[in-house]
Design a protein around this ligand. Structure first.
Ligand SMILES: Cc1ncc(COP(=O)(O)O)c(C=O)c1O
Length: 417
């Protein structure tokens, strides 16, 4: 089965003449459409906001595009806060959802006026001591055995994130008594989840909690954040999540549980990364070597340092061989990089058309948690990021690293050599 591409072979070959492979290519039109579809699905909720999970694709140009679509930024570190600030997202345009957080990161988040989402009960005092408590605070809830996670995020009761239910109630009491005036409630239960009902159930869980917090603690939660985690169809036979159905499912619950109660109006927030940019990013790499031993290998010029999801999670990423989209997939190969790690494989025992040296391979669905997870082990350098703009032009939005970048943090003057 094939997966469609938003560009043709001729365009990518032309791009590769100017920018050496490997490189990431992002499709602006597709990214904007995903953002619009999600906003449309929740348009019934006047306070709805998607805070794009910057960690998924922390490139300021992408965050800028998403800002233009009305999205905020979900940040988890100081540099991500700095990216948001650079593109003009400040104040409550930012949700700061971090864990095991250091004081200087909280300080920057509070300075920017971001919505701070605490990951632990003890962080109330930590924040108070190091920065001071802002007037709005949010807690991340970990439902433990009440919900199932999945392979990427783990089972909630084994995951390091968030408050237990008991801690949640204690925590809001503590905030109330400390004079905090505004409250949010957050959770993130699963990652890459393709079942839309999962998110409707998450909304039910948070609506119920908001009701109980109102009744038992006397606080009015002003927003619930359902987290990110909407999955994407990495495999050609999979279907995307029906966002309209999710929006309508959450609306039906809202109408029966929240509308007409003291909790109305309750704002819905989300912080997806993958579903916004994932399907619209492509890692383009050239075939260099062939090797036939016990198995047949195609060696490409990208490696796991450019995209670690297959090696790290065993994740499937579809591969198209440009110009051979309609050729029979009659070769079974492993597509490998050059890292001295045997899990440096983009595909294992994958049927592909016959690949020749110089063929361009496009690795699909790499627009989230792709380049961002890059690393430099084995002295491998992170590649360039290119944006295919709506008008068809291509802009380099991050250059490829050079050996000078790799050595930039070493002071060679102390060496004898
Ligand atoms: C707290 C938090 N929010 C949002 C996200 C984004 O998840 P996704 O890209 O799967 O939507 C993540 C992913 O790691 C996360 O940890």
């Amino acid at each position: 089965m094939q997966k469609p591409l938003p560009f043709d072979a001729a365009l990518v070959r032309k791009i590769a003449e100017k920018y050496p492979t490997p490189f990431y290519l992002y499709d602006e039109k597709g990214i904007r459409k995903s953002a619009r579809d999600l906003n449309a699905a929740f348009a019934w909720n006047p306070g709805f906001r998607e805070y794009y999970a910057v960690k998924a694709l922390p490139n300021p140009y992408i965050v800028q595009v998403l800002k233009e679509e009305g999205l905020g930024a979900d940040c988890s570190s100081l540099p991500e806060l700095m990216i948001s600030e650079r593109v003009g997202l400040t104040g409550e345009d930012i949700m700061f959802t971090s864990n095991n957080t250091l004081a200087h990161e909280y300080r920057k988040a509070v300075e920017l006026g971001a919505i701070v989402n605490l990951d632990d009960l003890t962080h109330i005092d930590y924040l108070k001591e190091h920065v001071g408590l802002p007037e709005l605070l949010c807690f991340r809830y970990n439902p433990g055995s009440a919900r199932e996670g999945n392979v990427i995020i783990g089972k909630p009761e084994e995951a390091k994130y968030g408050f237990t239910e008991e801690q949640l109630f204690d925590g809001y009491r503590k905030l109330r008594d400390a004079g905090v005036k505004r409250f949010g409630l957050h959770t993130m239960v699963a990652s890459n989840e393709l079942k839309g009902e999962f998110f409707v159930e998450t909304a039910r869980m948070l609506f119920e909690l908001a009701q109980r917090l109102y009744a038992q603690v006397g606080i009015r939660i002003e927003f619930v954040n359902l987290g990110g985690g909407i999955g994407i169809p990495y495999r050609p036979e999979q279907q995307p999540v029906d966002l309209k159905a999710v929006g309508q499912g959450v609306k039906a619950l809202y109408d029966s549980m929240i509308a007409g109660t003291a909790l109305h109006p309750l704002q819905i927030k989300m912080e997806n990364g993958r579903m916004i940019t994932g399907p619209h990013g492509f890692l383009v790499t050239a075939a260099v070597h062939h090797k036939n031993i016990y198995r047949n290998y195609v060696g490409v010029d990208a490696c796991m340092a450019n995209l670690m999801r297959p090696g790290m999670y065993g994740a499937y990423h579809h591969i198209s061989v440009l110009g051979k989209e309609n050729a029979p997939c009659d070769q079974i190969v492993d597509v490998v990089g050059s890292l001295c790690e045997n899990n440096d494989k983009f595909a294992i025992q994958r049927p592909l058309p016959k690949v020749e040296r110089g063929d361009l391979l496009v690795i699909h669905d790499a627009g989230a948690h792709g380049h961002a997870m890059g690393f430099q082990y084995n002295g491998k350098l992170r590649c360039a990021e290119l944006l295919l703009k709506e008008d068809g032009s291509v802009k380099m939005i991050r250059r490829a690293e050079t050996a000078e970048d790799y050595f930039a943090t070493v002071d060679f003057s102390g060496l004898k050599g």
